[in-house]
Design a protein around this ligand. Structure first.
Ligand SMILES: NC(=O)c1ccc[n+]([C@@H]2O[C@H](COP(=O)([O-])OP(=O)(O)OC[C@H]3O[C@@H](n4cnc5c(N)ncnc54)[C@H](O)[C@@H]3O)[C@@H](O)[C@H]2O)c1
Length: 282
């Protein structure tokens, strides 16, 4: 019998996780709070499958079969028999904790409860359940069908068995995993990009090099697909500033202290592509 996955939240990440999982043969319950959000999520999945089909990367009948394995619902109780639940709702600790509290009383004892949080400590989410050893971070990247990485995050009490189950799931849907052995702010990926962006912003601010040259250095010198300042503009300078401040607050490590100029950019509304101006003009 196919294994059952419940995905909580049908937004950008939740729908992507549902999509790759259904394609890999999982029976998926996709839950959101409104029919409108579910429709947006499932429309996005259908459109993405269509694109893979038109490029010859997925057979039309496999796309249809995968869609048939996804059940969209506003009823959280539908997750009751899931083997794994992946939560991908808004990045708010109160919302996530409420969901984990409810899931803990709902799903079977051996089920794994995973969160796709990009910054909230897994330990804080796990602590509201009676099974913190069964709670783990599965940090997928956007767009989920395209991005290869899944960052697996151990909370303070996550068991080896839970980590292994999360790895089996993520690898089964085509991802390559890295393991974050300690539940530190920013995990591995956000810590790395934050340190790089902070140093790039400092070099830029102090006039050591232009934004273009800093990005060219990373692309041609290190083979990065995109330079750190272009990445900051794409992600949102405000988002990266917030992530970096959070890591700095938790770690008290000076290398994550954002330069003042980056704060002023955000104060002034120059937050990157979405505002038309960041380290570059768009
Ligand atoms: N967007 C990214 O690039 C990215 C990358 C990695 C991780 N993440 C993380 O993934 C999570 C989801 O992000 P997203 O970009 O998909 O957000 P999103 O805003 O696109 O989607 C969130 C969805 O959660 C739904 N939701 C809210 N409360 C709910 C509830 N109680 N039950 C069910 N659904 C509920 C919302 O209606 C919405 O559809 C966040 O924790 C985010 O930090 C995002």
């Amino acid at each position: 019998m196919a294994k059952k996955l419940a995905v909580i939240g049908a937004g950008l990440m939740g729908s992507g996780i549902a999509q790759v999982s259904a394609q890999a043969g999982w029976d998926v319950v996709l839950r959101d709070v409104t029919d409108e959000a579910l429709r947006r999520g499932t429309d996005g999945i259908r459109a993405s499958y269509d694109k893979f089909v038109s490029k010859g990367k997925l057979a039309a009948e496999d796309a249809e079969a995968a869609l048939g394995r996804i059940t969209a619902t506003t009823d959280l109780d539908a997750a009751f028999d899931a083997d794994i639940v992946v939560e991908a709702v808004f990045e708010r600790i109160d919302v996530k904790q409420e969901i984990f509290r409810t899931l803990d009383g709902l799903v079977k004892d051996e089920a794994v409860l995973a969160s796709n949080t990009s910054a909230i400590p897994i330990t804080k989410i796990a602590a509201v359940t009676e099974r913190p050893e069964r709670v783990v971070g599965t940090h997928f990247f956007s767009p989920v069908p395209m991005m290869q990485l899944c960052e697996l995050v151990r909370g303070y009490k996550t068991s080896d068995e839970t980590l292994a189950a999360a790895r089996e799931f993520a690898e089964g849907v085509g991802k390559t995993c890295i393991v974050v052995n300690r539940d530190v702010a920013g995990f591995v990926t956000t810590r790395l990009i934050s340190a790089l962006v902070v140093e790039a912003a400092k070099l830029h601010e102090s006039g050591v090099a232009t934004a273009e040259d800093i990005d060219i250095a990373c692309k041609l010198g290190f083979g990065h697909a995109m330079g750190p300042l272009a990445t900051a503009d794409l992600t949102g300078v405000d988002i990266l500033l917030h992530a970096t401040e959070n890591i700095y607050t938790e770690s008290q490590d000076e290398k994550f202290a954002p330069p003042e100029g980056m704060r002023r950019m955000v104060d002034a509304g120059d937050i990157g592509r979405k505002s038309g101006q960041g380290f570059y003009r768009y």
